[in-house]
Design a protein around this ligand. Structure first.
Ligand code: ZN
Length: 152
């Protein structure tokens, strides 16, 4: 296993639309393993492939309940609203409150090649929405109310 360098928010790569993954190859599985390793290394709760420089529709999330990796994730339903603090491994010195749907239904393919639909609420729903935004070139700082910046 290996960790990646996380792409900084200034990198234009983070503004690109990621491409669907047509097939789960050994390289895709290796990418997912290394994304998980990188997320844990930096104490993140989620990571999207473009954040490690790969424009593929893959996300990993772990809010403390075990890792979830989804290939070609798609949010099918959103309802309600919640506002809470977010940060991002690509913006390590910034955080702030973001409004998100409280509940979502998300579809994706697991690394084992199984299509799943996950219903998520609250923090898990927030994590999925944040990571899916990365696949469309959207960062939380685009949606934040009162961005807070930590001086380095
Ligand atoms: Zn992020």
């Amino acid at each position: 296993m290996a960790t990646y360098k996380v792409v900084d928010r200034e990198d234009p790569l983070l503004r690109k639309i990621s491409k669907p993954v047509p097939e789960i190859t050994p390289n895709v599985l290796k990418l997912i393993r290394n994304m998980l390793e990188t997320m844990y290394e930096y104490n993140g709760v989620g990571l999207a492939a473009p954040q490690v420089g790969v424009l593929k529709r893959i996300i990993v999330v772990d809010i403390g309940e075990g890792p979830i990796a989804l290939i070609n994730p798609e949010i099918l339903e959103r309802s309600g609203s919640q506002t809470g603090e977010e940060g991002c491994l690509s913006c390590p010195d910034m955080w702030g409150d973001v409004e998100r749907a409280k509940y979502i239904k998300i579809k994706g393919i697991t690394p084992e090649g199984k299509e799943v639909i996950i219903e998520a609420e609250d923090y898990l729903a927030r994590a999925f929405q944040h990571e899916c935004d990365h696949l469309d070139g959207i960062l939380f700082i685009d949606k934040v109310h009162k961005l807070k910046v930590k001086r380095r």
